[in-house]
Each structure stands twice: as structure tokens, then as C-alpha cells.
Design a protein around this ligand. Structure first.
Ligand code: FRU
Length: 471
């Protein structure tokens, strides 16, 4: 640990202490949120000696984003999170303008974190083709809390020549004794691609393959992930520069997945991409495998560069953004599904059943479930705090997440998806976080919202349906 790191620690500790006085409106109970400042991508997700670890991109001093550190949280149930420390700070020549996103690998009782060391050289550069260093760095820990040793593994000179300086977000994993790493990249022809690197020891890496789509799909692919679920190989990317197409791709940036055919070491993208989340606030998801074999995904419930369209009122309280609820991944009917982690069932302490409809005041955290087997084929409408409407009807066959008042939605208006059937629905509310899981998790919509007061007015109209409220 060098003097710069110690100075960062001191400044951060003062900032955290001062932040204790800030108002706590809209702070979620079971979503990861920064104590103060700005959060973005989930990083380094893993389970180490039984404990879950989640890191995130963190700007402690600026709620609208700035210099990036890694913050570190732990949990034993994926719902109650404890902020441990800010273990990675920009304190080296190769990461001085940001400890950017990356991942964790557990090996021989060590926790290895891989990340991008971002450096913007001084000069008149465009920072796309020149002036930016994207260094691949590894930090090692013997206890999962302290990271004393950083090693610079790759620099721009190690990446293929036809790429811009935008290469980042290493996702590393081990399979059958081999080390693999994917990184997102932008070519000089402005096409997003994923680079595959291989290694025998996790230190010396070689770029051996590249995954790309037959036609360009955005100019940059950020935060790639590659994993297996139910016998399918999934490629997950967060592309930038994809144009809106009807109800699809309406956000500034997207997060999509596709199934890969054949061996990921030699194949390329041939199938369609599908948006992971149809709501307003979802980006840069990452996954990890739990010790009991589940593939869990966590995303950033937010996005960069949206301020011209919508905002988050927590900025008034000195902080911004949360991570999504962890989601269990599975494949059903050839579709990648995301379901709330099963641990959530034990979080609720009371429940109430209803039929057809419900109207009442709820506290800050609750779940509305219209379960499988119910008759949802006609007309479903759920309202939260009067102005956030979740609707579907059999005539139109479009699910809508709609803020009836743009101002109350802090600029958010409507997102929708064509859906020929609606079989079941789970709406999870945690203060300012709303996540809606439809059709067994085939369709998911996430948004932030900022109701005033301690209670949230809820109405449900679902003729013929049986429902359950949990709180
Ligand atoms: C995605 C991203 C990553 C980068 C990080 C920086 O949101 O732009 O590509 O590593 O955020 O905070």
C-alpha cells in the first residue's frame, strides 16, 4: 500500500463520516447502494469461503460520477450487504485515471481481481484512437478483504492492432485447468467486438480469438461476460451505439445476450441478440457461479449519459444509483430467464392473498405476485404511487412500464415490449427500486422511482387472477 492509497483512504473515510448526516429518503433495504457518491457497474462478483462478495465502480466524492475506485460489500444471503472497504484506488501510474471494471477468480484460496487501469494521457487527443491507456491489471488477496499487490499484465501494445484504445472490462474464469478472459473492444472501424484471451497461469495472456456479429451491432461492446446456463453458452455484452428499433433499444445504451453455437474458443456470434431488461435502468450486468451451482447475475440499475432524458432524485441526498437484485439465470423454452434469487422468499415476514384486485397502502418494501396458472389473459393493471403504471392486455399484447407523469418519473416516460402472453408477474419494490419479472423471468423491466413519503399507494386490477402481497 503506497502513500497515495493511504491518502485516498483517509479522504474517503472523512467523506463517509460526513455522509452519515445526509437524508435517507429512497435508500433501499436489500439492494446494494453507495453510502455517498456515485455507483456504477458491479465488479468482481464471487463467493469466497462461503461468503458472497460484490464490488462496484465507485466515485466516493461525486454523486454525478468522477474518478473510479472499487467499493467492496459482503453478504451471506445476497440481500443484507455490509460495506467492507474501498480496496482498489487509482494509486499507480497504470490506473491513475480510474480503476475500471473487472471480475474475480478464486484459485488456491486466493482472490484475484482483474480490472482495467484507465489512463488518459495529457495532450490534444480524441481518447478513442489516441491518448488512452487500457491496462489489464490484477490484484491479489489472501483473505478476500485486503488487496496489497497489484500486477500490470497487459498494455495497449498487447491488443490487436486494428483496435482503438477502447479495450476494457476483463471477465476472467477457469475451466478444465485453462484460464480464459474476455474483454470488450471498439475497432478502428467502429465495430463492437469481444476479445478472447487464454492463459496457463492467469498472468501471461494471449489474445487467441475474437467474437463479433456478422453485421456491426454498435460501435463498442462494454462489460462482456461468457458463461454456461442449462447447457447453453451465453455471450452477454453491453453495446453502445445501437439505434432504437420500435420498442427495442430505447435506452441510451443496451445490455443484451445471445446463445453461442459451438466452442466459444473458435465460434462467433450467429444468433439474435435479446435485451436482458426492457426497463429504464439496467446496464453492465455481470454473473458468477455460487458454490451451490447457481448462475447469478447482478446489473447496474442505472446507466451513463442519460441526464438529458431522466435523472435520479437521490442526487439531492448526495448519492446516486444502485445494483439490481441478484437474479438467478436459467434457460426455458430456448429463452434466457432471470428470476429473483430464492433467498428473497425468506426476506418477507408477512403476506396477504387477494383475488381479482387489491387497493391499499404499502410500506417501502414489498412484492406483488400474480402467480403462474392464474388467468392473466385478459387485462392486467398495477399502479404504484398512482403514477407508475404496469399494464398488459390481450388485445394489444404489449407490456408497458409507464410513468403517467413525466415529472414524477424524473423524466422517465414509457418502455414496452411485445408479449403475446402474460402468464405470471412479480413486482418487487424496495424504496426507489422497482423490478418486474414476467413470464417466469423471460421478460424483466427495471426502473428507479421516487415516491414521496413513507408509504406507497398500490392498486392491482387483474380480473380472474389470484394474487399475493408479501412485505
Ligand atoms: C460501463 C463502463 C465500463 C468501464 C466503467 C468505468 O458502465 O463504461 O466499460 O470499465 O464503466 O466506470
Amino acid at each position: 500500500m503506497n502513500a497515495l492509497h493511504r491518502t485516498w483512504e483517509k479522504l474517503i473515510s472523512q467523506t463517509l463520516t460526513e455522509a452519515e448526516q445526509m437524508p435517507k429518503r429512497w435508500r433501499p433495504g436489500f439492494h446494494i447502494a453507495p453510502p455517498v457518491g456515485w455507483l456504477n457497474d458491479p465488479n468482481g462478483l464471487c463467493q469466497y469461503k462461503g461468503v458472497y462478495h460484490a464490488f462496484y465502480q465507485y466515485s466516493p466524492f461525486e454523486e454525478k460520477g468522477g474518478l473510479k475506485f472499487w467499493a467492496h460489500c459482503t453478504s451471506t444471503d445476497l440481500l443484507h450487504w455490509k460495506l467492507e472497504n474501498i480496496p482498489l484506488s487509482p494509486d499507480q501510474p497504470y490506473d491513475c485515471h480510474g480503476v475500471y471494471s473487472g471480475s474475480a477468480v478464486i484459485e488456491d484460496d486466493h482472490m484475484y481481481l482483474y480490472y482495467t487501469g484507465n489512463v488518459k494521457e495529457l495532450g490534444d487527443y480524441d481518447y478513442i484512437n489516441q491518448g488512452r491507456q487500457a491496462n489489464t491489471v490484477r490484484a491479489v488477496s489472501l483473505d478476500g478483504i485486503h488487496f496489497d499487490r497489484k500486477e500490470l499484465l497487459l498494455t495497449n501494445a498487447d491488443y490487436p492492432m486494428d483496435l482503438t484504445c477502447h479495450v476494457r472490462d476483463p471477465k476472467v474464469w477457469k475451466k478444465n485447468g485453462h484460464w480464459y478472459m474476455v474483454q470488450g473492444a471498439r475497432t478502428k472501424e467502429d465495430q463492437g467486438v469481444v476479445l478472447l484471451f487464454t492463459s496457463g497461469d492467469g498472468v501471461k495472456w494471449f489474445c487467441t480469438h475474437r467474437l463479433k456479429s456478422p453485421k456491426p451491432f454498435g460501435f463498442m461492446w462494454e462489460c462482456p461476460d461468457l458463461y454456461e446456463v442449462d447447457g447453453h453458452t451465453v455471450l452477454s455484452i453491453s453495446p453502445q451505439g445501437v439505434e432504437a428499433d420500435g420498442l427495442k433499444y430505447n435506452n441510451v445504451y443496451q445490455s443484451v445476450t445471445t446463445f453461442l453455437d459451438g466452442d466459444f474458443r473458435t465460434t462467433s456470434v450467429s444468433g439474435e441478440f435479446r435485451e436482458l431488461d426492457g426497463g429504464f435502468d439496467f446496464y453492465a450486468p455481470q454473473t458468477f457461479e455460487t458454490e451451490d451451482g447457481r448462475r447469478i447475475e447482478i446489473g447496474w440499475m442505472g446507466m451513463a449519459d442519460v441526464d438529458a432524458f431522466y435523472t435520479n432524485r437521490t442526487v439531492e441526498d448526495g448519492w446516486q444509483h444502485v445494483l439490481t437484485l441478484p437474479r438467478e439465470l436459467s434457460v426455458k423454452d430456448g429463452v434466457l430467464c432471470q428470476s429473483p434469487i430464492r433467498e428473497l422468499d425468506a426476506y418477507w415476514t408477512a403476506e396477504q392473498s387477494f383475488e381479482n384486485d387489491f387497493a391499499g397502502m404499502m410500506g417501502k418494501a414489498f412484492e406483488i405476485e400474480l402467480s403462474d396458472g392464474n388467468k392473466l389473459e385478459e387485462n392486467v393493471k398495477i399502479t404504484l404511487a398512482e403514477y407508475l403504471w404496469l399494464t398488459w392486455n390481450s388485445k394489444e399484447q404489449i407490456f408497458r412500464m409507464e410513468f403517467k407523469d413525466k415529472l414524477l418519473g424524473s423524466g422517465r416516460t414509457m418502455r414496452g415490449r411485445k408479449m403475446t402472453r402474460l402468464t405470471d408477474m412479480r413486482v418487487i419494490v424496495d424504496a426507489s427500486c422497482v423490478e418486474v419479472f414476467l413470464n417466469g423471468g423471460k421478460d424483466v423491466f427495471s426502473t428507479r422511482f421516487y415516491p414521496d413519503g413513507e408509504a406507497i399507494e398500490v392498486t392491482v386490477s387483474a380480473p380472474g387472477a389470484k394474487g399475493r402481497l408479501r412485505m
